[in-house]
Design a protein around this ligand. Structure first.
Ligand code: NAG
Ligand code: NAG
Ligand code: NAG
Ligand code: NAG
Length: 338
């Protein structure tokens, strides 16, 4: 992260925002233009321009001692695609399949963003899994539930087993949905939908969800740790939620109305839910709130909550990534065995 361009690009923008806030808080209330901050320009038609130099992407890696990757189309009409990651190891058959959704507040980034690409190579290698990372459609051009639809498409894509890697190396009966930040919100909502599609999705069988610092709202829109984030947070949700939606929306607040009835299905199916977070994250308390809520609903949920750090840390910090892998191995034993 010595490169200042990279620093600006990634979710550490949240972390750097924290430090800006701290420096300014003694002087006067900070005025941050969220558009300038995210390097986006709003267009009159409601779309946004993402300034390219701040959002680099990398091609798949075909020659690596960590993992090989490959891009395949998902739904050409929607311009969605998948990046697959296969560990470079000798006996890589019957691998569990991790269907992944990247972070970026629903509006930014890609599975080909260098930090996600590298995290996913390591995930394939370290957990010894085949990773199916979904390039889903972004808001505000495609508001929620578009991203949920796209990740659900990817589950059907795995089920169909038309892809050589999935057929040859994967075991669809050991499928885990994993997402970071906005991706955590996405796989939570996809999991709720998929829990009533178990017959349609066979031979794919979901064993559970991994939510890494999931981006949720809360029972109150003001529940972020740091009130200074309100403008940024509000803008992100306003760009992502369906037009006309307010905070009383299950995509924003998973606890709204007591939560989805499908949580009973998830409980009955014996899915495991792993939530990783740390209290330096500006939306940590929302994650904790969701964790406690799932516990109350009788879902088999395990939290790994540590002190300090910031939003995005599990993707960018190799030590925290190792801790995450260890946590996932524990929760998903015996499916994940490496
Ligand atoms: C592929 O991964 C290897 C690490 O195994 C790395 O050294 C190399 O730079 C990567 N190549 C590309 C094109 O990203
Ligand atoms: C896979 O990794 C091994 C080292 O573990 C390396 O020798 C080999 O070249 C890699 N394969 C490819 C195609 O990059
Ligand atoms: C989080 O998981 C790691 C790896 O399993 C473990 O070492 C650590 O003790 C866990 N921390 C908490 C607070 O659960
Ligand atoms: C709950 O998940 C743990 C792994 O985190 C597993 O060992 C345990 O068997 C699960 N409990 C039930 C009732 O399925």
């Amino acid at each position: 992260m010595k490169n200042p361009t990279k620093l600006l690009v990634f979710l550490f923008l949240i972390a750097s925002l924290v430090s800006i806030q701290i420096t300014l808080s003694n002087a006067q209330p900070p005025l941050i233009d969220p558009y300038a901050f995210f390097h986006i320009i709003p267009n009159p038609d409601g779309s946004i321009t993402r300034i390219k130099e701040f959002y680099p992407i990398v091609p798949p890696n075909t020659s690596s001692n960590i993992a090989f990757s490959r891009d395949v189309p998902l739904n050409p009409a929607k311009k969605t695609w998948i990046r697959l990651y296969l560990p470079n190891k000798s006996n890589d058959y019957n691998l569990p399949i991790v269907v992944f959704a990247h972070g970026g507040q629903f509006i930014l980034l890609s599975t080909a963003t260098p930090q996600f690409d590298s995290f996913l190579s390591n995930t394939a290698n370290q957990l010894h899994v085949l990773v199916v990372s979904v390039e889903y459609r972004l808001a505000p051009e495609h508001r929620l539930p578009a991203a949920y639809d796209d990740v659900l498409d990817a589950l059907y894509w795995v089920k169909d087993k038309k892809d050589e890697w999935v057929r040859k190396y994967g075991d669809a009966s050991k499928c885990i949905l994993m997402g970071e930040s906005a991706g955590g919100n996405i796989v939570y909502n996809v999991g709720l939908r998929a829990s009533v599609l178990t017959r349609e999705l066979r031979p794919l069988v979901i064993r559970g969800l991994v939510l890494i610092q999931p981006f949720f709202g809360g029972s109150s829109p003001k529940s972020a740790n740091d009130g200074n984030f309100q403008a940024v947070d509000d803008l992100l949700w306003h760009m992502s939620l369906p037009i006309g939606a307010n905070w009383n929306n299950p995509y924003f607040n998973p606890m709204y109305g007591g939560g989805s009835h499908n949580l009973d299905r998830i409980k009955g199916l014996g899915w495991r839910i792993a939530i990783a977070g740390c209290d330096g994250d500006f939306i940590f308390y929302r994650q904790l709130e969701v964790f406690k809520f799932l516990e109350r609903r009788g879902v088999n949920v395990t939290g790994n909550f540590t002190r300090g750090f910031y939003h995005g840390v599990f993707i960018g910090d190799a030590t925290k990534a190792q801790q995450l892998y260890q946590f996932v191995r524990g929760v998903f034993s015996p499916y994940v065995t490496s």
